[in-house]
Design a protein around this ligand. Structure first.
Ligand code: PBG
Length: 337
């Protein structure tokens, strides 16, 4: 005989949580390796992997090691990587000239990865910050107090075409200039790259959590400050409706995938974007989100694996179809066993 209960309840939601098998049956959100995109940093030369202090477990790889890492990710079922170059400071100048060098590091890296792991999708950023001495995503105006939109877009179009030529699957404008998605689409099509897709950083916020990434690509150091303000082009964290405006513009201009960035602090935006478009939605769990979890775990204050998994689940549950995350490899490894 079942024991008599005191409350007379029609609904007892806990019934479905009674044991693991019941919980499994009613689980709504599942993370697959195929949902993940691994951001990877590349450096020139033949040096050993360079650890990034503020991003435990993340390294800058030389091209040979990058190719190996990409092969491992692909074998683990991770379908895509987002590649970021870290350039020597001597290659940076005010207009980011190196970005248009046909032999620049990122293009050599893309070719090497494409050749070795052709099935893996490659995503590359279209923005000038790894190339400029001031660390901004574009070229500055005459007064040197703002990034000049249209002149920057013209350079981004050239960058995108060169990346497409090198074989990337997605170009990812991360600069937040107005009109760049449409201009890049036209430039790609005019050059014959109608199959190169655009993953648009559509709602990219002016976040304080990009700090570790700027260490990784050296853009903060170039600018001489970790507090570089990108407030005239990246979005104000206070704004929600504006994110939808930005997303709908990018959709109209020809984006194939729209992105929200950062992810964990912007779950409401991910959900709004999910509801506003039928395009796939990407979310970028950025360097500061990753660093926070690691820092708290190192102090013994949070459990790394559980926080990692919960953070990714929350992003997917909010509506993201794909997640850029520095946890991609370890999560894919865990899913494989
Ligand atoms: C630059 C770019 C940034 C990131 C990706 N592309 C930083 C920035 O806008 O300053 C951040 C990624 C991260 O923090 O993990 N265009």
């Amino acid at each position: 005989m079942a024991k008599k209960s005191t409350l007379v309840l029609t609904h007892r939601p806990r019934r479905l949580r009674r044991q693991p098998s019941r919980r499994a049956l009613v689980e709504e959100t599942v993370i697959r390796a195929a949902d993940l995109i691994a951001p990877l940093f590349v450096v020139d030369g033949k040096g050993a992997p360079e650890p990034i202090g503020s991003m435990p477990g993340v390294n800058r790889f030389n091209i040979t090691d990058l190719v190996k890492e990409c092969q491992e990710l692909y074998d683990l079922g991770v379908p895509a990587v987002a590649l970021f170059p870290k350039l020597d400071a001597s290659l940076k100048d005010a207009t980011g000239t190196e970005a248009l060098n046909p032999k620049t590091l990122i293009l050599r890296a893309v070719r090497a990865v494409k050749q070795a792991v052709p099935g893996l999708s490659i995503i590359t950023d279209v923005a000038l910050d790894p190339y400029t001495s001031h660390g901004h995503d574009g070229v500055l105006n005459a007064a040197l107090d703002d990034v000049e939109n249209d002149r920057t877009v013209a350079i981004l179009c050239e960058m995108a075409v060169m990346q497409a030529e090198a074989g990337v699957d997605f170009v990812a404008p991360s600069d937040m200039m107005d009109g760049r998605v449409g201009a890049i689409r036209q430039a790609l099509d005019a050059a014959g790259y109608t199959d190169t897709a655009i993953l648009a950083y559509s709602a990219k916020y002016n976040s304080a959590y990009y700090g570790p990434f700027r260490d990784a690509v050296g853009s903060a150091k170039a600018a001489g400050t970790r507090l570089l303000s990108k407030a005239t082009y990246q979005m104000n964290p206070a704004n929600r409706r504006e994110a939808i405006r930005e997303v709908l513009l990018d959709v109209a201009e020809g984006a194939d995938v729209v992105m929200v960035k950062p992810a964990g602090l912007y779950l409401d935006i991910i959900r709004e974007v999910r509801n506003a478009t039928n395009l796939p939605v990407a979310a970028y769990q950025i360097s500061g989100e990753y660093a926070q979890i690691h820092a708290a775990a190192k102090l013994g204050w949070l459990d790394l694996a559980r926080c990692r998994d919960e953070s990714l689940l929350a992003i997917k549950r909010a509506g993201a179809d794909m997640i850029l995350t520095y946890f991609a490899k370890e999560v894919a490894q865990k899913l494989k066993v």
